[in-house]
Design a binder for this molecule. Structure first.
Ligand code: PEP
Ligand code: MN
Length: 340
């Protein structure tokens, strides 16, 4: 249930509606938009709400029943776009943000070289996994704490904020010390204890869509983070499992406009994990920009043939730089800028 206040409703009128809802046992989420204030009633027993009575309170314009099971992340509860602040980078502000870097942190020298190159090409957030969710237990699992330290120092050295994955509730505290953005991977997209833990960390979260998640599953996963106290969430479309086996996953580009309609949270598209093939990344990255994605996340490696993880889908420096040039053209064509 949301209560939309009239334009110019006074703080006293808003307070009166809030008190009424709280008195009925609801939690109240207040969204003070540019144009008007919206109060969202969370939890509680809807049958206790007398719509006529609420409508008669001064300042109330409309009472709307919200059908969606997610609340805090829904567009209905919060009509204005949320801008997620990652260091000094603003994701969802209308300017396209590009996140780039290796799948996994391998060593400091090559990470630093990659950080410099992706920054030069126009990326504004550096990525690099240190706790890696590998399909096989025999594959490289990441450098853990040492990798986090390397990532944070490379980011500092070049002046880029960093994003890295956290896979375990026990690691959230330490990863939050080194990362500017916590990544929840596709395999953990519905790990509810982990979602609650990152929700309490105070650090923005990049939530990948689970490979089997519907939009509703995905938004409810985000709701776990939001209801734990953190609405600084970026939703990442990284491809879903379908019957098609040619590509690693199937990039679901409809997610961009649909999520923008259902939610106020910014969307990032990851064409690297979606396709699994470097030669398909540019086409899908450009399509994502044209579709209105707020950001892109792209795997870049100094020498993809020798990468310890996901080399097949990683762009080399030259390919990434060329893609950035092409992206600028697409962004310009649809009236958007690329962050630099
Ligand atoms: C990654 O970003 O390196 C990763 C493992 O992604 P996903 O969780 O989408 O597979
Ligand atoms: Mn990867």
């Amino acid at each position: 249930m949301i209560i939309i206040m009239r334009r110019g409703a006074t703080p006293e009128e808003i307070e009166q509606v809030k008190a009424k809802l709280e008195g009925l046992g609801f939690g109240v989420h207040l969204s003070e938009g540019v144009k008007r204030t919206i109060l969202g009633a969370i939890g509680g027993d809807k049958s206790k709400i007398d719509v006529e009575q609420l409508m008669s309170l001064p300042g109330v314009e409309r009472v709307v029943h919200v059908m969606e099971p997610y609340k805090l992340v829904s567009r209905a509860f919060h009509p204005d776009d949320t801008v997620v602040e990652v260091g000094d980078v603003k994701v969802g502000s209308g300017t396209l943000t590009v996140i780039a870097g290796p799948c996994a942190v391998e060593n400091y020298t090559t990470l630093l070289e990659t950080a410099k190159e992706v920054k030069k090409a126009g990326a504004t957030i550096l990525r690099g996994g240190s706790f890696k969710p590998r399909t096989s237990p025999y594959s490289f699992q990441g450098h853990g704490l040492e990798g986090l330290k390397m990532l944070a120092s490379a980011g500092k050295a070049v002046g880029l904020p960093v994003v890295t994955e956290v896979m375990d509730t026990r690691d959230v505290e330490v990863v939050a010390q080194y990362a500017d953005l916590l990544q929840i991977g596709a395999r953990n997209a519905q790990n509810y204890p982990l979602l609650k833990e990152v929700g309490q960390s105070g650090v923005p979260v990049l939530l990948k869509r689970g490979m089997h998640c519907t939009y509703e599953d995905w938004l409810l996963a985000a709701e776990y983070i939001a209801s734990s106290g953190n609405t600084q969430i970026i939703l990442a479309e990284r491809g879903i499992r379908t019957f098609e086996t040619h590509t690693r996953n199937t990039l679901d580009l409809s997610a961009v406009p649909v999520i923008h309609k259902l939610s106020h949270l910014p969307v990032v598209v990851d064409p690297s994990h979606a396709t699994g093939q470097a030669e398909l990344v540019p086409a899908m990255a450009k399509a994502a920009v044209a579709a209105g994605s707020d950001a892109l996340m792209i795997e870049v490696h100094h020498n993809p043939q020798t990468a310890w993880c996901d080399g097949r889908q990683s762009l080399n420096f030259q390919q990434f730089s060329q893609l950035m040039d092409e992206i600028r053209t697409i962004a310009q064509a649809i009236g958007r800028k690329v962050a630099a």
